[in-house]
Design a protein around this ligand. Structure first.
Ligand SMILES: Cc1cc2nc3c(=O)[nH]c(=O)nc-3n(C[C@H](O)[C@H](O)[C@H](O)COP(=O)(O)OP(=O)(O)OC[C@H]3O[C@@H](n4cnc5c(N)ncnc54)[C@H](O)[C@@H]3O)c2cc1C
Length: 197
């Protein structure tokens, strides 16, 4: 069978899985993305990502999505200012004009929207939480939490840090690295904390 006739399943519709789906579809491959979220609006996507020239930006360039990226990016979000609870500034790189150019930031929500809209209709199969898979013919039968089953010739794991695909490839288990990040947001910060802008 020609590789372009094979069914490719990407498990996980984050930035990695969706970008790969776009790149494969551009080359004429048959791709489905199985994502556990029940639909595209199921949850807030989280904070912004900075994209680097050699990785994220290079991938978007190959995907012909750089224009869409620059229509949605956050020019000043790469700049950092660290204040203590009294508003005293301990670090301020707002004068650094070059940061945003080298690794421009975008919110995960708009990035996901750009990628979703670049895919062929019905590419993403929502509400598909991968549970397990077993060999069938030359490929795999994938089983999902909603008890649906789909066949694929090739399976790609893009289901994030706690991947359920990884155990099929490696015995190595994820370990806690000892680092915890606590993240918080001040909504409407430019109004509520106007004195610091
Ligand atoms: C606090 C923080 C800040 C970060 N900042 C940056 C940054 O500035 N720049 C940067 O490049 N990276 C950053 N990263 C890393 C970035 O988040 C990851 O590199 C990126 O999200 C990886 O994308 P992904 O598509 O591989 O996985 P994910 O974004 O984790 O997406 C995985 C997708 O798979 C789905 N999924 C999970 N399990 C299943 C399942 N069983 N079945 C089906 N679907 C499933 C999830 O719902 C999700 O949609 C940061 C990470 C953290 C935690």
């Amino acid at each position: 069978m020609n590789i372009k006739d094979k069914k490719i399943a990407i498990v996980g519709g984050g930035p990695g899985g969706l970008t790969l789906a776009r790149l494969l579809q551009q080359e004429g491959f048959i791709v489905k993305v199985y994502e556990r979220d029940i639909n595209k609006d199921a949850r807030v996507q989280g904070a912004n990502l900075d994209l680097h020239e050699e990785s994220g930006l290079a991938a978007l360039k190959k995907a012909n999505l750089l224009d869409a990226f620059y229509a949605n990016y956050l020019p000043d979000a790469g700049k950092l200012r660290i204040l203590d609870n009294n508003g005293k500034i301990h670090l301020d790189d707002h004068e650094n004009e070059h940061i945003a150019e080298h690794r421009p930031e975008i919110d995960r929500g708009p990035l996901r929207k750009i990628l979703l809209e670049s895919l062929q209709p019905e590419t993403v199969v929502w509400d598909s939480q991968f549970v397990s898979m077993k060999r069938e013919n030359d490929g795999w039968l994938l089983l999902f939490k909603n008890e649906k089953e789909y066949y694929a010739d090739i399976v790609i794991g893009a289901d994030g840090a706690n991947s359920k695909i990884r155990p099929y490839l490696s015995d190595i288990k994820a370990i806690y690295s000892g680092v915890t990040i606590v993240e918080g947001n001040i909504y409407d910060a430019n109004k509520k904390c106007a004195q610091y802008f």
